[in-house]
Design a protein around this ligand. Structure first.
Ligand code: GLC
Length: 468
């Protein structure tokens, strides 16, 4: 077996090979460099995928690529039609872009989902973009970039898109199915966890980046209010542990009026069987989704891990989440860290939920597959909670196979033992995720560029409201 040094060296070579050139500048990384299959759109630079590479670059003195990426994507913001001449919101960031060469000139062509399967909208791109801008600033100290008028405008456009008045009754963001890493129909429409957590991290980033003055002050105030209420909502209604499960189990339905305890009218009969034995005595996690008569009990890794990283869960809950991961190690980490979502949906439920998606069959791809990219988020959450041994264990498992299997995009099976049925090889965020996880373990302070500490003032607003 290769040594860690060999693996890290190999991963760096592969990461360097994936870099996208735009004229004489480096502007991103392609999703995958798998020579054995047709590239499809994997030759593009996906915003969400690039985050893993970008953080590795920032930690290794290659901030220029990240800077170029931020500048170029900003010029693409809201620039293209979404579908059939319908224009999407001004703040929308593309899912991906690629460099096209025509008549000796290079162009960047953005994809807002108009080329994606199912025409899914990339809601997460604009949220990741702000999070990455803040990481760049924290890592380089180059606040001037974020303070440039175009950048301030770009942030405001994103805020307007996310914070504008709609029909909403909750502080969470309402999105269509497949609006983030899970970019196919998977019953993740409504108020999916991943989007809420990225929204929370993006709002925290925005308030650090917005230059006070002018009408930006109003935006800063709105951001602060939304952060408190969102925080309250997520901790109050998304958090699940045995105690809360017991409360839901004894809920009455059809409660009327403001004093209702079962605010969302979740019927106890809707609790899936598996939760009763899967929920440990110690430990908990944030639910996958919440809406009227709908609580999605599935465990989604990215949203939960990122919630720890950006202190959306409090210190105690964050510890409980890591307890759960340890307790359910076989299910959530298994033979390859880590399960994107647990458990898989099957049979009739699979038919209704995915529309009979042959790629998202039980324990494959988004429907319960294992994604090595999630290793860095696991490492970050482990580091943040002072439990680096969890990261060390997970990295050791990944090291047994990643290089030998040629750095796959994902693995299949309840324990992640098989290379994904339609998995790409040499997937860039798998490679970058491995490097990043090691970096986080070696240098605990490195997480500060993308993590957030708990802000005690965050609750003032909520408490004031409650007293009122
Ligand atoms: C797939 C994944 C998506 C990823 C893209 C590029 O579409 O579902 O999350 O961004 O591939 O790797």
């Amino acid at each position: 077996m290769k040594t860690k040094n060999d693996l890290v060296k190999e991963a760096w070579q592969l990461l360097d090979r994936s870099v996208v050139h735009y004229g004489d500048r480096l502007v991103g990384t392609v999703a995958a460099c798998d020579p054995s299959v047709e590239a499809l759109n994997y030759d593009q630079c996906f915003v969400r995928d690039f985050v893993s590479s970008a953080l590795v670059f920032l930690m290794n003195g290659k901030a220029d690529i990240v800077r170029n990426f931020l500048i170029e994507t900003l010029t693409l913001q809201g620039s293209e039609k979404q579908m059939d001449y319908f224009y999407a919101g001004r703040g929308l960031m593309p899912a991906s872009f690629k460099v096209v060469t025509a008549e000796g000139r290079h162009y960047l062509v953005a994809d807002f989902g108009e080329h994606a399967i199912g025409r899914v909208t990339p809601v997460d791109s604009c949220l990741w973009w702000i999070i990455l801008l803040r990481a760049y600033v924290k890592s380089t100290g180059d606040m001037d970039l974020a303070h440039q008028p175009e950048f301030q405008q770009g942030i405001i456009w994103i805020l307007k898109l996310c914070l504008s008045d709609r029909f909403d009754m909750y502080p969470t963001l309402l999105v269509p199915d497949g609006a983030f890493m899970i970019d196919r129909r998977m019953g993740v429409d409504g108020h999916p966890l991943e989007i809420q957590v990225l929204f929370y991290a993006a709002l925290q980033s925005a308030r650090e980046l917005l230059l006070p003055g002018g009408d930006r002050d109003i935006h800063i105030q709105i951001v602060n209010q939304r952060l408190s209420i969102l925080n309250y909502h997520m901790r109050q209604y998304y958090w699940l542990d045995l105690n809360r499960l017991n409360k839901i189990y004894r809920y009455k339905g059809e409660e009327f009026g403001e004093a209702a305890i079962n605010k969302f009218n979740v019927y106890p009969d809707s609790i899936p069987e598996w939760v009763f034995h899967w929920m440990p005595d110690q430990g908990g996690y944030l639910a996958g989704n919440l809406g009227p008569a709908r609580l999605d009990f599935r465990f989604f890794a990215l949203g939960n891990l990122m919630a720890v990283v950006c202190s959306l869960t409090n210190a105690e809950e964050s510890q409980q989440l890591m307890d759960l991961i340890e307790y359910r190690w076989d299910d959530l980490v298994g033979k390859m860290p880590m399960k994107i979502c647990y458990p898989a949906v099957a049979d009739q439920e699979w038919k209704y939920m995915t529309g009979c998606d042959p790629k998202n069959t039980p324990w494959s791809y988004h429907n319960g597959g294992n994604w090595p990219v999630l290793l860095w988020l696991l490492a970050a959450a482990a580091q943040k909670t002072g439990r680096p041994e969890i990261a060390r264990r997970a990295i050791a498992i990944a090291e047994e196979r990643l290089s030998q299997d040629e750095w796959p995009e994902y693995y299949d099976g309840p324990k992640g033992r098989l290379i994904g049925k339609a998995s790409r090889k040499y997937q860039t965020w798998t490679i970058a995720g491995y490097l990043l996880a090691n970096e986080i373990l070696e240098n605990p302070a490195s997480i500060n560029i993308f993590s957030f500490d708990e802000d005690p003032e965050m609750f003032d607003w909520m408490y004031r409201l409650q007293e009122f």
